[in-house]
Design a protein around this ligand. Structure first.
Ligand code: DGJ
Length: 726
């Protein structure tokens, strides 16, 4: 797995506690030590001050001659703790076993280990000056990608439990005249809307309180631009994203000195964690990148990192999926499914993905009120089982995939009849439902075993299943466990999340050939904690291509195209070419009854899929993204992908309304090379209106002058391929 949880480091932390701290007055003075954690183009510098505290000197571009460490102030403390003199937004707040609400960490030691040519891991050990309470900061630097990953571990040897009231993963301090924060907010059907604001003094909080699949109303990611609103190719920009599928909290605290501290981590609301003696608390990873050249570069850094480390098998080609959800919902039988994928191969489809509705016997899953939790095949709908469907798909040259939602249950299910106490709920409260379902309590060992068994029953017992779509259709509204003791009720949301990741890891490790899509009623769960077990995510149930231009644009700020599923459907009744061209800019698929397309439409889809397989997929999925014209600025969007060796590029242009548009100027090409420009994915018989069609132009001219979009009307689109001459 690309991101290994840091549990192995617990020994380091315990080791540091083996030598209990003595009061600071007894410590000999210490020489200041500068700790530098650097990537190719950024550096974080910390200072172990002679007062024993750990301070941040700077985080940003690498300076040739870094300023000499100045005497830091408390506001520069690196991972500030509540209660002993620090009065701004803290990163850590602990209530010690004796009730003391303050923590006072001092630097103990640090070391840097080289993981490989690209990656190094610096650990900094801190411990309380009085209590046997230690924190290890983990700073993992990915040099080539300019990415810094940070998480913390906490452990103690106090005589009783410690309550962790706040436990941010990362809380760097930034310095500028002004700060512009962009969030990815929204809700079901309108995900990842970009909203930018200038921060004012005080604390601005972006958060989620949803507990499980917690990103429905906001993705745990942001862009922070210094001194001016974020631009694509200029200005200092930080991008941050929390690898955590649970509730999160980002608190941006702008102080009287115009310092900004970004306190980022899991949300402690309802989840103040009771940590037993000797137990290790691990906070999720916060992923940062810094760019001195705008948010375009910040996105490209994250995408490169994601393909290499953050997303499961980032380099593996994503198959063209045919999904049946839009076409059938839960209303199907064997014949209808076979009829749906009959002829799919002829269009170039690689794999048929059977969505919700295939299971449940006593309580058949015929709508969303029943059957969830009963993972046996519905014998009336599919009398010959999944194996038969997989065999029928294989006969037609297609792979076969399956939908699951293993962590949830309908009350009308055999599972709930047997185990009503397996759900997340609270005593003395009326049960609240979301989509008629409840969340299973994964902190209960029997439930976790059960969910692992569901995965084995579906994937292990059906070795022909080559793909899984893992859905999650409600969040937590009553965080309570019938398994955890009263004093650990507040541990539920954190422990649930790690148990959930364990089940996902089980799927990824036990079934390495099965590719997987993370879905959560649209994009309720899109984070780099989840994506290390998944090849792609489902950005939204809104597949109207006009809306998808915006939704994919938003997600593209943080997540790569290879992971962004984009399917052609009927939603919004937009022109077919427009719908195809929007889907071609992500991980392409189809969700529709193919038989309802005319022969001409089928030919159009077939040509697009061939083009995608042969010429576009590689560049779009493995190339660098350049956002050329924002749909937020004018009713036209343009984006380009450039292959790592700059020999190929593809530009997508979407006209969304009426206005005058400036030329589309590709970026990222080699200025000295000559490129052939060609409009592709033209409907049969249509001449290109692109002035440069089939012309050879040097990269410098192409990037400087660009080309007028060959589009006349709203909802027209163009795909332009740019290929270096041999
Ligand atoms: C919500 C998902 O977003 C849809 O794609 C579909 O899988 C349904 N759930 C099935 O219940």
């Amino acid at each position: 797995m690309p991101l290994t949880p840091g549990r192995a480091f617990s020994l380091v932390v315990l080791g540091l506690l083996a030598n209990p701290a003595s009061p600071s007055a007894a410590e000999p003075p210490r020489a200041p030590a500068v700790i530098t954690v650097s990537t190719a183009r950024s550096a974080l510098r910390l200072l172990a001050g002679d007062d024993g505290r750990l301070y941040q000197l700077d985080y940003g571009r690498i300076r040739e001659r870094p300023p000499a460490p100045r005497t830091p102030s408390r506001e520069d403390e690196f991972h500030p703790q509540y209660g002993h003199g620090y009065v701004l937004e803290p990163a850590l707040q602990a209530v010690h076993a004796d009730g003391n609400t303050s923590t006072d960490l001092e630097y103990v030691s640090h070391r840097t280990a080289r993981v490989d040519d690209d990656v190094s891991l610096t650990t900094v050990s801190l411990r309380d000056r009085h209590y046997p309470f230690g924190v290890t900061l983990h700073l993992k630097a990915y040099a080539a990608e300019d990415v810094l990953e940070q998480w913390i571990e906490v452990v103690h040897e106090e005589d009783g439990d410690v309550l962790l009231a706040r436990y941010a993963s990362s809380a760097p301090v930034l310095r500028a005249e002004s700060y512009y924060l962009t969030q990815l907010q929204g809700n079901y059907m309108r995900e990842a809307e970009l909203v930018e604001e200038r921060l004012t003094p005080g604390v601005k909080v972006l958060d989620s309180k949803l507990g499980v699949r917690a990103h429905q109303m906001r993705n745990p990611s942001f862009i922070l631009a210094l001194d001016r609103a974020a631009e694509e190719e200029a200005g200092e920009v930080y991008a941050g994203t929390l690898a955590w599928a649970g509730s999160f909290q980002f608190a941006f605290d702008l102080d009287w000195n115009n310092r900004l501290r970004a306190v980022c981590g899991a949300n402690p609301l309802g989840a103040q964690y009771r940590l037993g003696r000797g137990e290790v608390f691990r906070a999720p990873s916060m992923i940062w990148t810094y760019s001195a050249r705008g948010k375009g570069e910040a996105s490209r850094n994250l995408h490169r990192w994601a393909r290499r480390y953050g997303v499961r098998e980032g380099g593996r080609p994503r198959p063209v999926l045919l999904n049946n959800w839009e076409a059938t919902h839960t209303d199907f039988d064997e014949d209808r499914i076979v009829a749906l994928f009959d002829g799919a191969r002829e269009l170039g489809v690689d794999l048929f993905l059977l969505d919700d509705g295939w299971f449940g016997d006593k309580h058949p899953r015929d709508d969303d009120r029943t059957g969830l939790g009963d993972w046996q095949v519905n014998p009336r709908k599919l009398p010959r089982g999944l194996g038969h469907l997989a065999a029928e798909a294989a006969k037609r040259g297609l792979g076969f995939g399956i939908w699951i939602e293993p962590e949830m249950v309908n009350p009308r299910s055999e599972l709930y009849e047997k185990h009503p106490d397996w759900v997340i709920a609270q005593p003395h409260r009326e049960l609240l439902f979301g989509r008629n379902q409840l969340v299973l309590d994964l902190t209960r060992p029997a439930v976790k075993e059960h969910v692992l068994g569901v995965i084995d029953d579906v994937l292990g017992a059906n070795p022909d299943v080559a793909y899984a779509k893992w859905d999650a259709n409600r969040y937590v509204t009553q965080p309570g466990s019938f398994h955890l003791p009263p004093e650990e009720q507040q541990n539920l949301l954190v422990d649930y999340q790690w148990a959930l990741y364990d089940t996902m890891e089980h799927m990824a490790e036990r079934y390495p050939k099965v590719m997987a899509m993370a879905c959560a009623g649209g994009s309720g769960r899109v984070d780099y904690g989840t994506l290390r077990y998944f090849h792609s995510f489902w950005p939204s149930d809104n597949t109207d291509p006009l809306q998808r231009v915006f939704i994919q644009w938003g997600f593209g700020h943080v997540f790569p195209a290879a992971a962004t599923s984009a399917h052609v459907t009927d939603m919004g009744r937009k022109p077919l070419k427009f719908a195809i061209d929007v889907a071609l800019s992500g991980a392409f698929g189809i969700d529709r009854d193919l038989s309802r397309w005319t022969p001409e439409e089928r030919a159009t889809v077939r040509a697009a899929v061939t083009l995608y397989h042969e010429r576009l997929r590689d560049v779009v999925h493995q190339g660098d993204l350049y956002r050329l014209q924002s749909p937020y600025e004018r009713p036209q969007a343009a984006l380009g992908y450039v292959s790592p060796d700059r020999s190929r590029a593809v530009v997508f242009v979407y006209r969304l309304g009426e206005a005058a548009f400036p030329p589309v100027k590709p970026r990222g090409l080699d200025p000295a090379r000559r490129y052939r420009v060609r409009e592709v994915n033209l409907p049969p018989g249509r001449q290109s209106r692109l002035g440069l069609h089939e012309q050879v132009v040097d990269g410098a001219t192409l990037m400087e002058e660009g080309f007028p979009a060959p589009l006349r009307r709203s909802l027209e689109s163009a795909v332009v391929e740019i290929v270096a001459e041999p």
